[in-house]
Write a protein that binds this ligand. Structure first.
Ligand code: AMP
Length: 287
């Protein structure tokens, strides 16, 4: 499973990413975490990034793109990953598209955690006050002042990605203001609805099917016509999941779920069995 988590700072991306990596045995790629580690280790990247991060600004593209590109080549990526904090701008998203194409990696979905900004500020204020009261160290860029900068930067630079991925039919929007458990449940539900959860399990049988002789063109056309008349249940459900976001965004990823063949209903199955019995009867009569 390969995902991007999108949302302003404080939306709960880190918390949800942690849950997703455990559930699906995938790796979290947080550029913020990687950069903080580089700053702590005083590597050349860290020295370059430290001051920018302290002010809530964005580290240059070539640094973050380089970090992500190297990381995608590591063997622990084979089960999938969740990108948190990257891409943060349209040029970064374009660079990521290019990287994924080059590395033959397919992105399953982009999950947007939609939150209310003023509620975010008070969330952070409370969290910082609680941490200080417990005597814990507060991240230098986690103060309400720096958060305001980071929110402004999110609005102008990162928010356009919602349109970017919606146009590419990758976007799924979840209400990030719900309690953490509900957000997690909703994310899992829509991932199942778009078929991302079974993506690995279904990859092998798909290869086998490709070896079968192709079906007659007429039959295929009939199936396609039927499918377009009656969308799969899961697709409709996935549409619902994109709370507040309908139309293209909701329909986009749900389309993937339509790829799964609809279960043959009771009537259809009976018809087939009857036909087969008839044919068997004819064969025995003849012999
Ligand atoms: P985060 O933990 O994702 O909030 O990131 C913390 C800080 O790291 C940000 O405020 C930026 O200074 C820097 N950073 C993280 N990801 C990126 C990125 N994709 N592009 C540029 N700067 C980033």
């Amino acid at each position: 499973m390969r995902l991007i988590l999108l949302g302003p700072p404080g939306a709960g991306k880190g918390t949800q990413a942690q849950r997703l990596i455990h559930k699906y045995n995938i790796v979290q790629l947080s550029t913020g975490e990687m950069l903080r580690a580089a700053v702590a280790a005083q590597t050349p990247v860290g020295l370059q990034a430290g001051e920018i991060m302290a002010g809530g600004g964005l580290v240059p593209d070539e640094i973050v793109i380089g970090i992500i590109s190297d990381r995608l080549d590591q063997p622990d990526m084979k089960n999938g990953f969740i990108l948190d904090g990257f891409p943060r701008t349209v040029p970064q998203a374009e660079a990521l598209d290019h990287l994924l194409r080059k590395k033959h990696i397919r992105l399953d979905a982009v999950i947007e955690l939609r939150v209310n900004e003023s509620a975010l500020l008070s969330r952070v204020e409370t969290r910082v006050a609680e941490m200080r009261a417990r005597g814990e160290e507060v991240r230098i860029d986690d103060t309400p002042e720096v958060l305001s900068n980071r929110l402004a930067s999110y609005r102008s630079l990162t928010e356009p990605l919602i349109h970017y991925y919606s146009e590419r039919r990758k976007l799924l929007t979840v209400d990030g203001m719900m309690p953490i458990e509900h957000v997690t449940h909703e994310i899992n539900r829509i991932l199942a609805a778009i078929g991302a959860v079974e993506a690995r399990a279904t990859r092998k049988p798909a290869k086998k099917a490709a070896r079968k002789p192709p079906r007659p063109a007429v039959k295929t056309a009939k199936v396609a016509k039927k499918a377009s008349r009656k969308p799969a249940k899961t697709a409709r459900k996935a549409g619902k999941a994109t709370s507040g976001r309908t139309g293209k965004a909701a329909r986009g990823p749900a389309k993937g779920s339509g790829k799964r063949p609809a279960k043959r209903g009771g009537k259809a199955a009976k018809k087939v069995t009857k036909k087969r019995a008839k044919a068997r009867g004819r064969l025995t009569k003849r012999s």
